[in-house]
Write a protein that binds this ligand. Sequence first.
Ligand SMILES: [Mn+2]
Length: 248
Amino acid sequence: MEKNFVCFISDVHLGLKVGDTAERERRVVSAIESLPPETTALYLLGDIFDFWYEYKYVVPKGYTRFFGALAKLSDRGVKLFFFKGNHDVWAFGYFKEELGMEILEQPYYTKIGDKIFCLAHGDGLDKSDKKYLFLKSLFHNKFLQRLFSNIHPRWAFALANSWSKHNRLRKRAFYKFKGAEDSLYKFICEQERLKPADYFLFGHLHTPGEIFTPAGGVMYVLGEWINGCDYLLYEVNSNTMEWRSGKI
Ligand SMILES: [Mn+2]
């Protein structure tokens, strides 16, 4: 039977001024370009940009090669999907217009072949984290977004970048995937009782890993691209999930 691949990438944090930012973009572009010709869909599971904010008539500089690689995929009929992470909440329509990329809300259930996938970035699903949920509600607030849009980008971007940097220094490291102890894993264990899935795929935790769920599904956490570059390639007809590395 003919093959059919679906790819999942998360947390590239393009634009983050840590390490070699150009090299990070090169890695993800080369990963996208090396996808098998039988690839039919690419899911970007959030935090693809370290900071993205688009205005009505203006978008941030950079990422030309990355957008070019996505445009090529889109033009040859590969479906593109995008989840907003906690760093790129503010995508409003440019990706859809330019790349045909569809923005999905988490947790998103979809059937790929005959398997059920639950996909999400993963931030804010742990309902006990009230502080984060409050922050998230501010980020998604239409009125505050309009206010922010009226700040000159020079200041808006300086503010956002220093906030991102401050957060990173404060936490020192990123979130880590703690296996069965992880709050996201616990969320899945509850979620699957109501809505089971064969595969649960997340970003956000930055530590590539996989673990079985009590109902027999598998949870995968995708890797980040600042120090690593682990992503997943799924072959639909043979139902095989394969870890890939974006190293060049
Ligand atoms: Mn991230």
